[in-house]
Design a binder for this molecule. Structure first.
Ligand code: NAI
Length: 563
């Protein structure tokens, strides 16, 4: 029998007693229902748990303390990740309570940068299956396989093929750590119900030969599929999940950019989906940029934005900036695109290279002579904003940063490459080389920096600010399609939440501690767009913010009643 905790969470608001059918060991072994030593005496009696756990009844707050005590005893971040994942597999309520309470400390463990290491070692640290694997060899079974998932409802699916994991490249089936981590952040950040999340790994092989040769590798030991076969696997996967959960949101994640763009193009008007690397990154970076422009007191239309790196992230951010410049400064599409410059591994993206350029770069090719060197390009273009999405550590060298500062009072410099070791420069370097004048945000977190007696708190362009709220908005307001206008609304809402005090300390993005409130507001902003554009299937509730907040999962132990 399906325990109702999984079906009727909304009823919890009115009736916080859960009818539960499992007993004894089965109840203790179900991570969604387990309370461990937190079961009160009455439930130990009612569910046959007496004697199966130590006699002391422990409050959830004390359990949190025990988890954190053990966490701090571990001597590496990878061990800390394993410790938290073991808890995730044992007791989800406690796992999310710990994450929510220690979000600033734990986000870098359950997500970037540590999740990158966890993916690299996935087959070696593997304990227990989580989520679903759809592999090319099982394609004929996809439609049946979706029925193996034990939960009747799924709200959010995060899917990767492991082809471009953070800045670490092709990690094949090891990429599963990413959907698991992202969905944990959906729960923590926006209160999506844990039982309604589904992490998915599409196993279409790997070109990472070292992985294929690793005896503990858990994926298919075949080279990546050619394009036609790849797209067929994705199509079968989308059809299969749609056949069981037609309203579920599909988030495409960490696909290599030769596939990320075509997948988004194909599915964005067909199913409820988005690509976080493209659209989520665009929105969070735009939010950071809007905050920086509040400090400089300048409009978006007066900026020249140079991207170092011209992949998925660059295109997503560029398109979002363009959409914002058109919407708020009234620029034409051409004029807005003219604000953007891009460099890739072959240098400046120019018209002269047009027939050799990947399609996603063509709209941003300038009619300029070729240039290879970043320093030369900065000298020529005189950008006010420099964004690093190249995965080239140290690319923003001292001369590069000083050159940015030479022609701009407050250069806006965002080294976004992840993990930390891939960042184009560190916060320390950017603040020191500009004497504190830089407006800085990074992809991975950096500690505060002191320059000339002033303490600067680097902001992190963490997609966590955006995707949980967008996803929560989509599922709560039964949105049919996710549009660029929704991401624009999310970015503006996020930027509006940065207070003057934060800006004074150089912090361009809000404190993560307020993530639930931020996500609720973003969900509302997304809902507003959907209601205005007729993109939802539900009637507009009178108060959107209250409506969202009432539907957020909060990790606490609710009383159980035996059925
Ligand atoms: P990608 O692989 O699609 O693009 C990388 C780009 O860098 C390519 O255009 C490539 O030509 C260029 N590149 C490589 N070597 C170069 C060189 N020597 N000089 C100039 N360009 C060079 O990767 P994607 O998805 O665009 O991500 C890039 C980085 O941004 C990753 O490290 C990723 O983790 C990070 N990222 C950060 C986010 C955030 O902070 N919120 C969100 C998404 C991505």
């Amino acid at each position: 029998m399906q325990d109702p905790v999984r079906r009727h969470h909304i009823d919890l608001q009115d009736d916080p007693i859960l009818p539960v059918s499992k007993r004894g060991k089965a109840l203790l072994s179900d991570p969604l229902l387990n309370k461990g030593t937190g079961f009160p005496d009455s439930e130990r009696d009612a569910f046959g748990i007496r004697g199966l756990v130590p006699p002391q009844v422990v409050s959830i707050d004390d359990q949190v303390q025990r988890v954190m005590e053990n966490f701090h005893r571990k001597d590496s971040d990878l061990e800390r990740y394993i410790h938290l994942e073991a808890l995730h597999d044992r007791n989800e309520t406690l796992y999310y309570r710990v994450l929510l309470q220690y979000i600033r400390e734990l986000t870098p463990i359950v997500y970037t940068p540590t999740v990158g290491k966890a993916c690299q070692h996935f087959g070696h640290i593997y304990r227990r299956a989580r989520g679903m694997y759809f592999s090319a060899g099982e394609l004929p079974y996809f439609t049946d396989m979706v029925h193996n998932w034990p939960e009747p409802e799924v709200d959010v699916i995060v899917v990767t093929d492991g082809s471009r994991i953070l800045g670490l490249g092709d990690l094949g089936a090891n990429g599963m750590g990413i959907p698991i981590g992202k969905l944990a952040l959906y729960v923590v950040g926006a209160g999506v119900y844990p039982c309604k999340t589904l992490p998915v790994l599409l196993d279409v092989g790997t070109d990472n030969v070292a992985l294929r040769d690793d005896p503990l590798y858990l994926g298919e030991r075949i080279p990546r599929l050619a394009d036609d076969a790849f797209f067929e696997v994705v199509e079968s996967f989308v059809t299969a999940v749609q056949s069981r959960w037609p309203e579920a949101l599909i988030q495409f994640e960490d696909f290599s950019n030769n596939h990320a763009f075509p997948l988004l193009e194909r599915y964005r008007d067909m199913v409820l989906c988005f690509n976080d690397d493209i659209q989520g990154t665009g929105a969070v970076t735009l939010a950071g940029l809007l905050s920086a422009l509040r400090v400089c007191g300048e409009p978006l239309s007066a900026q020249r934005v140079l991207f170092f790196g011209a992949g998925s992230a660059a295109r997503g951010i560029a398109d979002t900036i363009v959409a914002a410049a058109m919407a708020q400064d009234g620029l034409s599409l051409d004029a807005a695109r003219h604000l953007i410059w891009m460099m890739d591994s072959e240098g400046l993206v120019t018209q002269e290279r047009l027939d050799r350029l990947a399609p996603h770069k063509r709209d941003y090719a300038h009619n300029e002579p070729p240039a290879q060197d970043l320093l030369d390009v900065i000298g020529h273009v005189k950008p006010t904003v420099l964004i690093g999405v190249s995965k080239q550590p140290d690319a923003f060298s001292e001369p590069v940063i000083r050159e940015m500062h030479r022609h701009t009072r407050h250069p806006i410099i965002f080294p976004l490459s992840n993990p930390t070791a891939k960042a184009e420069c560190t916060a320390e370097q950017a603040y020191h080389w500009t004497n504190g004048a830089v407006l800085f945000a990074s992809g991975s977190p950096f500690k505060p920096v002191t320059v000339g007696g002033r303490i600067f708190v680097p902001g992190q362009c963490n997609n966590l600010y955006i995707f949980p709220g967008v996803g929560m908005g989509a599922v709560t307001f039964r949105i049919r399609r996710i549009t660029d206008q929704m991401f624009l609304a999310a970015a503006r809402t996020l930027a509006d939440q940065v207070g003057e005090e934060s800006l004074a300390a150089g912090r361009l993005l809000p404190d993560l501690g307020a993530i639930r409130e931020l996500s609720a507001r973003i969900a509302v902003a997304v809902g507003e767009v959907a209601f205005n554009e007729g993109l939802t299937t539900m009637k507009r509730p009178p108060d959107l913010l209250t409506y969202v907040k009432q539907r957020m999962f909060y990790p606490s132990y609710v009383p159980y009643e035996a059925v």
